[in-house]
Write a protein that binds this ligand. Sequence first.
Ligand code: SF4
Length: 388
Amino acid sequence: MTSKVYWGSPRQAQIGAEETLPAKLDLILNRLNLRDRVKGETVVIKMHTGNNIITSTIHPVFVRKVVKAIRDGGGKPFVADVNWDTTGAEERGYSSETLGCPVYPAAGPDEKYFYVHEKKFKNLEAWKVAGNIQDATFLVDFSHIKGHPSCGFGGAFKNIALGCMVGETRGAMHDTVHFDKYWFAEKCPDEAMRKKIIDSCPFGALVQDRKDPRELHLHTEPCNQCGRCLKVAPAGSLKIDPVNFRAFMEACAISTSITLSTFAPGKATYISLATQMTPVCDCFGFTGMYILPDAGIFGSDDIVAVEQAVLDATAKLPLIEENMTASLRKYLGHEGHPFARMHGPLKDPYKVTEYGEALGLGSRQYELIDVLPVDENAEPSRWFISAT
Ligand code: SF4
């Protein structure tokens, strides 16, 4: 199956509002027929409202366009995100006045409103879907694309996978990376060797267990799989294994499938904005320098296809190395997707689309449809700043 992905290029032929990304979002919403699909629906717009002083989350101008389309179509929209991001969201420009709809904590102010779904995966058995998400009848998954230290990047999947579950489930999903054993204490002779192994990591990714000093923990977020620790560790004592890194990505795909199962067929659509892409997640609460040129805006009714299209587009872009932190640049890999070059090859960003396709959530085959192709032969034109 080949799915359609509508794309608004970040490029313009002329200086004019009609060729900008917010204008192209309108064209994408038309192609997705959003207005015709939401009459009488309670529509949750799941987005990341950021944290603290971040400025690179989706600008309210984009969100308001989605809200307006839903209202035009007779739907009842609201924006939702996890409680610690919606608290203070107005400081980052997200309020009912700016967006045209309310902003709710997805599982209530204290995350006490949720539905439990049972599915065994590593350490996880109960997945708690935020109540306000499950109660909605239509989902607009509006994601901002950026790097991510746990899984290489965050996009359409991660916006749902983490943002639609309560904190307890989010924590358990992160803990899946520790489920499969990677440290074998019996193969390490003494404390001096353990210290040597810990000290070998330039990122501080290896730490001693607080309760049992013979145990080591690998924090996969800062680990870029450089292998320095393996050169120091006695044979068989430590593994830097794909199974640990991929556990979180598979958990993201499973989590997404659980949340999407609460919506009727055809009652979800996906929009991804690939601009102002920073090395880490929007929940870090700040905006670092952008590490990739903008890739535009994408929309589809197929979550796998839209994620694949975003990854294929960003794969072609050069990392802006001078914008990267010195620490990231120092150990930059030289092959693979830019997000994997930055966070390590075992955080292959494509994995989540593979898991998602295997779960039946969509297709990695897609047709990319440019909603407003750039006229490469455009004549120079006179331009002026419009008052409206
Ligand atoms: S592979 Fe490199 S980054 Fe990861 S824990 Fe070992 S030394 Fe640290």
